[in-house]
Design a binder for this molecule. Structure first.
Ligand code: ADP
Length: 687
């Protein structure tokens, strides 16, 4: 009796299906020696293929045990199972089970590449095997162009090139004509002299001629087990036990080329989505600073008003009223002491009302806002965004700047004179006076201002106003006090008369405005307000609302990119399913199969992110121009250069590259990993 290389005890396989359960194998026990050709025959559906699948470890039995070299295979470690599939056993299918789009040589070399055989030595062995199977001139031919007989010989070459201890053949001659069938059987028979061959066959003639032992099956059980001739024992243990994933590179190249169109479309959709992601990030990062910067593009930016809130309690009533009063100068100075250079001035706008009527040449207008600006501001800050005209010189006070919105309705305004002749009522100490004022400003320049919520403006020199009010004496009051008192003296003495409830504050240093804005946000007993801050805060509220929409876009783009990548690779996986089953039958690991897809997906994802980074600057520039032209907001889309992660500042492109890799790996490997099933090998049987 030969020593048993393969043994099975009480094997049972129950298939559960919708139409009921099928007991494909029922308490099957047999022992197989190390050499000889064992034929398994019986009527269709009696469980022959199921037996082969269980013995070759393609499927697990419902109960019972399989022993290989005396060891229970259900206790095999991962590496032992891999060794069994990659080295010790081989499978020949009825329909060849070859990689049809690969060359004959590539097909035969795959098992050698899997076991880590050197390329040169492997090639020699593969060519020797092809020679032996009379395929010497076919090595470079693509398998799909071969005849059935040739394909089955290639399948045999692939099975035998690794010198397996056990060869499983499922109807190896089933798809061949008689002549080719005999040729293939001759080869299988000669192989069985040095190894165990278990062959499922219907062909009684071939079985009786070549089989050393015949097992006839019926309803999943042994009906007859007949030894036709004794075989000598031959047993050699030689093996490398080096496994390699090098075989996968062949498939990687093939997959990239054969599914180029699909990969290209995934790449295109990924690029669009990625540009969307980058644009959303850019706006969310850039709009805040851009708005702040834009709000500074106005002379008004450097002026503010300070007032004081006073709570007025009404007797015993729980109600209390708040009114705005003018703070004392010392109080205002103390409140604003954190600013290094400011001027606190009387609010004299009563004497040059915001919408006063003025004359320009022959015509009268009241289409502009008159705004007083401190002289230093006009000289230094104003000229920084002068579009036309010239810088105002030191202590020239009868001059003004207009903004571009004003200039758009008054062409060629530079050098012209804006004149105002006003009669303002003035009440002081029950005395009623009329003050006749005359101002004349020469337009020195046009300034480009932040256009959002903007109106036509004329910025004139505050010292000019002050000087004018100083030069006008109040007749009735002067007479009562017996000395000459000017309008400004009267205000300065605190006698009132100009109805102002606040002080005008002029900042000389623009870098201090951030502090001023945070005071404006805070509020409190003293209130610092400026129209510039109001526009800024209303615009940033609007922009924040828009940002929420962009988060949505960001989420949709991200989900879209993940879904497209996942869907594309999952469908590729289903398309290549049969080939994957074949890879598994040759001993491929799950990680190697997933690795193939992950590599492909990483390549596609890296490429689409790279394209997105190339395209992004152009799209962002276009959007920035659009926003600049329509809303006066420039550079709202700016990508961050660095981001802080756990206190470390990391370059933005590094974060994006890592995110792209993680995204690619997860979106391709995860769905494929989840759909890898143990029973995938049944794909090969279903043929
Ligand atoms: P044979 O190879 O002898 O023709 P099989 O081993 O293929 O028979 O099948 C034995 C029985 O098991 C058959 O009745 C078949 O329908 C059933 N069977 C095989 N594979 C499956 C499966 N994956 N699911 C359900 N039933 C199956």
């Amino acid at each position: 009796m030969s020593k048993a290389i393969l043994e099975c005890r009480k094997l049972r396989k129950l298939y559960r299906g919708e139409g009921g359960n099928t007991l494909a194998l029922d308490s099957f026990s047999a022992s197989f020696p190390s050499t000889g050709l064992v034929a398994v025959t019986g009527k269709s559906g009696c469980g022959k293929s199921t037996l082969l699948c269980l013995l070759s470890l393609m499927e697990k039995p419902t109960s019972g045990k399989v022993y290989f070299l005396g060891k229970d295979v259900s206790k095999f470690k991962r590496k032992e199972k891999m060794r069994f599939l990659r080295e010790d056993s081989a499978f020949v299918f009825q329909h060849y089970g070859l990689f049809e789009d690969k060359s004959v040589l590539d097909n035969v070399m795959i098992p050698l590449r899997m076991t880590g055989e050197g390329e040169k030595k492997g090639r020699e062995r593969a060519l020797f095997m092809l020679d032996y199977l009379h395929l010497e001139d076919k090595e470079n031919q693509i398998v799909s162009t071969l005849s059935g007989g040739e394909k089955q010989r290639v399948a045999l070459a692939r099975a035998l090139v690794k010198s397996p201890k056990v060869l499983f053949c499922d109807e190896p001659t089933g798809a061949l004509d008689e002549k080719n069938g005999v040729a293939v059987m001759e080869m299988i028979s000669s192989m069985s002299k040095t190894r165990l061959v278990i062959m499922v066959s219907h062909n009684e003639k071939l079985v009786s001629k070549y089989a050393d032992r015949t097992i006839v099956m019926e309803d999943g059980k042994i009906k007859e087990d007949k030894v036709n001739r004794k075989v000598p024992e031959a047993y050699e243990d030689k093996k490398l036990h080096v496994f390699s994933s090098r075989w996968a590179t062949l498939f990687f190249k093939g997959y990239l080329l054969s599914d180029f169109k699909r990969n290209f479309l995934t790449f295109l959709s990924g690029s669009f989505g990625s540009v969307g992601i980058l644009l959303s990030i850019a706006y969310m990062h850039g709009n805040g600073p851009a708005l702040k910067k834009e709000s500074q593009r106005s002379l008004e930016y450097l002026s503010a008003q300070i007032s004081k809130k006073e709570v007025v309690s009404t007797g015993n009533s729980p109600l209390s009223l708040t009114r705005t009063i003018k703070p004392k100068l010392e109080e205002a100075e103390e409140y604003l002491s954190l600013f290094s250079s400011i001027s606190i001035e009387e609010d004299l706008s009563y004497f040059l009302p915001n919408h006063a009527q003025y004359s320009l040449g022959e015509n009268q207008f009241n289409d502009a806002s008159f705004l007083p600006i401190f002289d230093i501001t006009l000289e230094e800050y104003g000229s920084s965004f002068l579009r036309e005209g010239e810088r105002i010189e030191e202590e020239t006070i009868n001059v003004c700047y207009v903004n571009d919105l004003y200039a758009s309705t008054h062409p060629d305004i530079i050098g012209k004179k804006i004149e105002l002749a006003l009669t303002i009522p003035f009440e002081v100490l029950t005395l009623h006076e009329e003050v006749n004022l005359y101002y004349s400003f020469e337009v020195k320049g046009v300034m480009e201002e932040f256009s959002f919520l903007n109106v036509p403006k004329i910025y004139y020199s505050y010292p000019m106003l002050k000087q004018e009010l100083r030069s006008i004496a109040l007749a009735k009051l002067s007479e009562a006090f017996k000395r000459e008192i000017s309008v400004y003296d009267c205000i300065d003495l605190g006698l009132g008369g100009c109805n102002a409830e606040d002080y005008q504050v002029y900042f000389h240093d623009p870098s201090e405005i951030d502090k001023a804005y945070s005071l404006m946000e805070k509020g409190g007993e003293f209130t610092l307000t400026s129209s510039c801050y109001m526009s800024y805060s209303s615009l940033s509220t609007l922009s924040k609302a828009f940002e929420v929409c962009l988060w949505l876009l960001f989420g949709i783009c991200l989900a879209g990119v993940i879904a497209i990548t996942a869907m594309s690779f999952l469908s590729l996986y289903f398309k290549r399913r049969k080939e994957i089953a074949l890879q598994f039958s040759l001993g491929a690991k799950n990680s190697e199969v997933i690795g193939l897809f992950t590599l492909e997906s990483i390549l596609v994802s890296v490429l689409y992110f790279a394209l997105a980074f190339i395209v992004y600057p152009f799209v962002a520039k276009g959007f920035n121009q659009l926003l600049g032209m329509n809303f006066g907001i420039n550079s709202a889309l700016t990508l961050p250069e660095q981001l802080s992660i756990f206190g470390l500042s990391v370059p933005f492109f590094v974060i994006v590259a890592v995110a792209a890799l993680v995204l690619a790996i997860l979106s391709s490997a995860l769905p494929i990993g989840l759909s890898l099933r143990k029973g995938l090998r049944t794909e090969l049987r279903d043929e």
